[in-house]
Design a protein around this ligand. Structure first.
Ligand code: NAP
Length: 287
């Protein structure tokens, strides 16, 4: 085990976090989940380029090590903390370890997520549960343990990455859509509950279509290959938005103008939206 690898500790009985009184490092300490790929990887690199110390969370250790090397080349410092965000105890251990090592946690960019395709009744209960457990449960676990620290410090920003599909509905993605509507609700709830501490800020970023490996890594392709529907943006564009939200969490959450167009149609002309979304979605994103 290298210096950069965090051991997986069992969860503590008491949920108090020990924040040691010691000189704090000058670099902001930022935890990034989903850091082994796509938006999380691009966010970690963008933060490293700004001099952050990034703690990289995902399940695949080797990919995290590669990202950590890239972060160091970009000008920051990095630790890797392999963890399944659907496991509340594992998330608690990672957060505790960050505080133990660095004495603080300045920000969390929660990007981990996955997708499955197929009609609802053909989606296996296991795949449905996994998508909800990782996307919504993971957001709750990361928020829970991040907020324990941020509220105690009275300082820090939590950014939750949701999706345009947390604002509209599309066919053959029910598990994902349900999970992302939940993430949006969670972010809204947390904004209200944490409004008493001005130094603790909750932000929510809602990407539309983004060119990342999430499509090819779908749990189930539902019988057809999926691609990022055009117009897709790069992971770096979304990462830049996440980084801006760390500075100013009250920015708008959507990452593309097309998001607003779809949300507008979904809200203003639901019958027309419902008729067109199926054929349009299949044409643009399913092969
Ligand atoms: N790409 C898009 O078009 C798009 C659009 C809207 C929203 N989003 C959202 O953006 C976020 C990032 O997605 P992406 O497009 O960058 O996908 P990606 O390239 O597939 O990256 C997903 C990341 O999540 C991690 N992850 C998945 N399950 C995990 C688990 N159980 N525990 C810990 N980490 C886990 C993956 O790492 P490991 O496999 O190593 O664990 C990977 O680092 C997701 O929340 C996604 O829903 C994406």
């Amino acid at each position: 085990m290298t210096q950069q690898d965090h051991p997986q500790h069992p969860p503590r009985d008491d949920q108090e976090v020990d924040v040691p009184e010691r000189p704090v490092p000058t670099a902001p300490v930022t935890l990034v989940t989903g850091a082994s790929s796509g938006i999380g990887r691009a966010t970690a690199l963008a933060l490293a380029a700004r001099g952050h110390h990034v703690v990289l969370v995902a399940r695949r250790r080797e990919q995290l090590r590669e990202v950590a090397d890239a972060c160091r080349s970009a000008g920051g410092t990095a630790d890797v903390a392999p963890c399944d965000v659907a496991d509340d105890g594992a998330v608690a251990a990672v957060v505790d370890d960050v505080v133990h090592r660095h004495g603080r946690l300045d920000a969390v960019a929660h990007c981990a997520g996955l997708v499955t395709y197929g009609r609802f009744e053909e989606t296996s209960p296991d795949d449905f549960a996994t998508v909800v457990d990782v996307n919504l449960g993971g957001s709750a676990h990361v928020s829970r343990h991040a907020l324990r620290v941020l509220r105690r410090q009275r300082h820090g920003t939590l950014v939750l990455v949701g999706s345009l599909l947390g604002h509209v509905a599309v066919p053959e993605m029910t598990a994902y859509v349900v999970s992302k509507w939940g993430v949006r609700a969670l972010a809204r709830q947390l904004k209200i509950e944490n409004a008493d501490l001005p130094g603790v800020r909750i932000a929510y970023v809602s990407p539309g279509s983004v060119e990342t490996p999430i499509y090819e890594r779908a749990l189930d392709d539902g019988g057809r290959r999926s691609v990022a529907p055009p117009p897709a943006v790069s992971a770096e564009v979304v990462a830049a938005k996440i980084v801006r939200h760390l500075d100013a969490p009250r920015l708008g959450s959507q990452t593309a103008l097309t998001n607003y167009a779809l949300i507008g149609a979904f809200t203003a002309v639901p019958a027309l939206y419902d008729r067109l979304v199926g054929p349009g979605f299949r044409l643009l994103s399913r092969r």
